[in-house]
Design a protein around this ligand. Sequence first.
Ligand SMILES: O=C(O)[C@H](O)[C@@H](O)[C@H](O)[C@H](O)COP(=O)(O)O
Length: 320
Amino acid sequence: FPPIPTASPTVRATRESSSSPLSSSSSASSSSPTRRGNCHAEVRQAAEMAASGEFKNKSELRVFESTDELATDLAEYISQLSENSVKESGCFTIALSGGSVISFMGKLCEAPYSKTVDWTKWYVFWADERAVAKNHVDSNYKLTKDAFLSKVSILNSHVFSINDHVTVEDAAGEYEFAIRQLVKIRTVGVSERNDCPRFDLILLGIGPDGHVASLFPHHPALELKEEWVTYITDSPKPPPERITFTLPVINSASNVVIVATGEEKAMAANLAIAGSKENSDSSSLPARMVQPTDGKLVWFLDSAAASAREVSNGGSENAM
Ligand SMILES: O=C(O)[C@H](O)[C@@H](O)[C@H](O)[C@H](O)COP(=O)(O)O
């Protein structure tokens, strides 16, 4: 499949619903006419890519020339979601992943967001967490605290991390119980379709194998329908023991963002977005299973992650 072209950050491909033709929009931008002209063609191609992914509901593909542009647009997007959620429900519930995606939250710690976001209304969760001490270098809590939480005025009582003094199985059970209590008192919304928690935003990275959160290809955790939080002890990405949201919870969110940067994510991102008739594995790619039922999925890619070329021979495919 052709590469997803790089468009200017103000130009993006959107898909309103599985029935309507894919519309591509370019907001009034300062980009030069030639740039805008090129971008339209690129966005149309990107939009066709997104369409071929049989995206359900509302999905959007944003491709940026640099990670700095990506981080700037992501900060604006999250701050808008926060403002809308606080207006609608009085709070903003966000679940984070680990890895480099946290580094792209940094712009939110700077002006204007540091002063304009109502941080006291934020409730922070983790879509997945490693079963290590919270001060361990592998802890997503530590990563998030050092890079983000320590720089904004989110209330400690609104930060829900796992219990790092129990087994990974108990940590998963306790985390699910805590979220169930918050759904009961409506701090966390609930899906109208099922009893799943409906987070305002779930922010995901993606692995080269197409994993999201700690849901890895062909893992039984992908089949779970009732559990909200599960645990694994055999993560192909170290450390082995992790808790993770299940797909029903991820797909019940109002908004999901998947951030993919760098060449090593290009194949997984393209398989997840565009699928591939040649590669039947693409349907079992966890990132491709992220299709919010009544929510919006937005992909944030840099040009490197949007650059995968059609695999000319099976052997060169990443381990999916
Ligand atoms: O705890 C984890 O390991 C993450 O939640 C995981 O899903 C991560 O987001 C991806 O592996 C991408 O990580 P990088 O962006 O660092 O490659």
